[in-house]
Design a protein around this ligand. Structure first.
Ligand SMILES: [Zn+2]
Length: 282
């Protein structure tokens, strides 16, 4: 397995480098139980991010960690797979892979992940939503929830219901040499439209200051209740729903020492490419 690195950014401007897999640490024998319990509690309130949306956008699609490792860091999340082989939806501890042919399967434990955000979902509250006519209306409703709960925290949302309209996309697996994501999606994105579909939107909110590591605002993925359909949400419509949320104050990021990863200029502004791949808009 490749050597891994992690950066932990905690609320108290704590910056520390640790090995990616906390479980790899060999705990000393004395106070380990208490320390471990605290660590587990802390882990549940941490957004775990694999690489950067900026590295993915620039075409770094090599897997950095395996699915079974990712599961140790959360039971809800979004992301993608090696070669951008479909959209990832993590829900109730299961990792789903919404493929470019429109099908959904449970991802194999040894499938690898180039980009993802996960956390353990502990519901902090919920908001009733009604007449959400499109994805922008959903963002507005969720933004007002975030304003109340702390716009500078991360937040995961899970919203189950019957969607009158659900427009999702996935993509065909890429082969090397990888193209930047907007170029890959220009030819290999596939869209799917469903009516009156029961399912769950999994949403991540990143605060404004995350624009070098991810993208500020909301990112929505969807999986149907029967786990046969899903993808990255481009648009949707729902009459009534309850959005459950989990505000999260800590952030942990996992990087790789892979040579190709070191060659990426991560300070390059790819925000317009990110907007294009997230929303389909120029
Ligand atoms: Zn997505």
């Amino acid at each position: 397995m490749k050597k891994l690195f992690a950066i932990t950014l905690a609320a108290a401007i704590l910056l520390s480098a640790t090995a990616c897999s906390a479980q790899q640490k060999t705990a000393e024998k004395t106070t380990e139980k208490k320390v471990e319990a605290n660590a587990q509690e802390k882990d549940r309130e941490t957004i775990y991010q694999v690489a950067l949306l900026q590295s993915l956008t620039q075409g770094y699609y090599d897997g950095i960690i395996k699915v079974n490792e990712l599961k140790k860091h959360g039971d809800i999340g979004i992301g993608t797979f090696e070669g951008v082989n479909g959209e990832m939806i993590v829900l109730d501890g299961k990792v789903y892979q919404a493929l470019g042919d429109g099908s959904v399967k449970e991802a194999a434990d040894d499938e690898t992940v180039p980009f993802s955000n996960v956390t353990f979902f502990d519901k902090d509250g919920s908001v009733k939503m009604s007449d959400i006519s499109d994805v922008n209306a959903l963002k507005e409703k969720l933004d007002s929830m975030v304003e109340k709960n702390g716009r500078n925290l991360f937040c995961f949302v899970k919203m189950n219901g019957t969607f009158e309209k659900m427009n999702v996309r996935s993509e065909i697996k890429q082969e090397k040499p990888y193209k930047p994501l907007d170029k890959a999606l220009a030819t290999d994105q596939r869209e799917f439209n469903y009516d009156n579909i029961k399912g769950t939107v999994v949403a991540l909110y990143c605060p404004d200051y995350m624009d070098g590591l991810n993208t500020p605002g909301w990112h929505f993925h969807f999986v149907s209740d029967d786990r046969t359909k899903g993808g990255h949400v481009l648009d949707m419509n729902i009459k009534n729903a309850t959005a459950e949320y989990d505000a999260t104050p800590e952030f942990d990021m996992c990087l790789t020492d892979n040579d190709d990863f070191q060659k990426i200029e991560l300070a390059k502004d790819v925000s317009s490419a990110i907007k294009k791949v997230e929303t389909n808009e120029e």
